[in-house]
Design a protein around this ligand. Sequence first.
Ligand code: ZN
Ligand code: ZN
Ligand code: ZN
Length: 273
Amino acid sequence: MKPRQLVVLRGRLWVSPEGDAHALQCVARTRKGSRCQNPVEHGQLLGLHEFRLGSAGYVQAYGHPGAADTVDADRWLAQHCTLHDIPEAIDCETPELRRFDIVRDVAHVQAYRSDVAYDGEPAVRAEEAGTTGAQDTITGSVAAVFEAATQLRPRPGYVNGLDYDEWYIEATPDLLRALAQLSRTCHERELANWLEQSSKPLCMEPLDAVLSYDTYPKTWCCRSVKAAGLPCELHVPERAADLGRCTYTHPGHTRICRTAPLEGGDRCKVHAA
Ligand SMILES: [Zn+2]
Ligand SMILES: [Zn+2]
Ligand SMILES: [Zn+2]
C-alpha cells in the first residue's frame, strides 16, 4: 500500500513529510529521556478518503472527512500519544504534520479519481475557507496548468515524422481546459470560452469562399462535434447542395468534397466525370 502521507484533521489537509500519517510516532520525551515509542493512533480508527481540489484534481487522505473530528485533532497536531496528551509533556522532536500546500504538494494531486471512496467537497471547502478563496482558486488553476504542461510531448507532423522540422507540440485537451479554468478565474471570460471550446473536437470545415487542396484555409467552422474529423450537422455531405458545394458523396466519407463545383453544375471537375 502507498504511504498515506496526507491526513484530514479539522476538515483540512495536512502532510506527513516523513511518511505514512497513520504511523506517526509520539514526539514526547519519556521520563527516561528518550523519545516515546508509542504511535499517535492505536489501531486504525480512520479511513482513506478522496477529495476533489477544485480544478487541480484529486487527493487521497487518511482521516475523517466530516467537520466533526472523530479523533483529537489537537493531540494529532501536537503528535502526542494518549499517554503524553498532557500540558506538561516535553517534546524531544518537532511535530511533523504541516498544512497541505497545493503548489508545494502538487505531487500528491492526481488528475483523475481513483477507486477509493470519494468524499467530495468537505475538505475542499475547508481548504478554501482556510485562506483567501480567490487566491486559492488561482493557485489551484495554476497547479492544473503545470500538471497538464508536464504531459506535453512532441508529435510527428505531416508524413510519419520523417521531417524533423514538422514535429510539433500539441496543446492537449487537459492543458486547454486548465488554461480555460485559469482564464475564467482571472475573469477573462471570452478567452476562457475559446479555450474551453478548443479543448473539444471541432468541425474543421473551412469557411473560405474559395477552396482547393492547394490553398490552406484561413477560417474554420469550429462548432463542437462528437469526435475529431467529423463535420457538424451544418457541414454533413447531405447538405452540400444547399451550401453550393460539390455534391459527390463517397460511402464512408463523412466530409464534403473540398473542390468548388463546376460553373452551372453541382459537382467539381473530378467528380463530374
Ligand atoms: Zn508518547
Ligand atoms: Zn461545421
Ligand atoms: Zn468533388
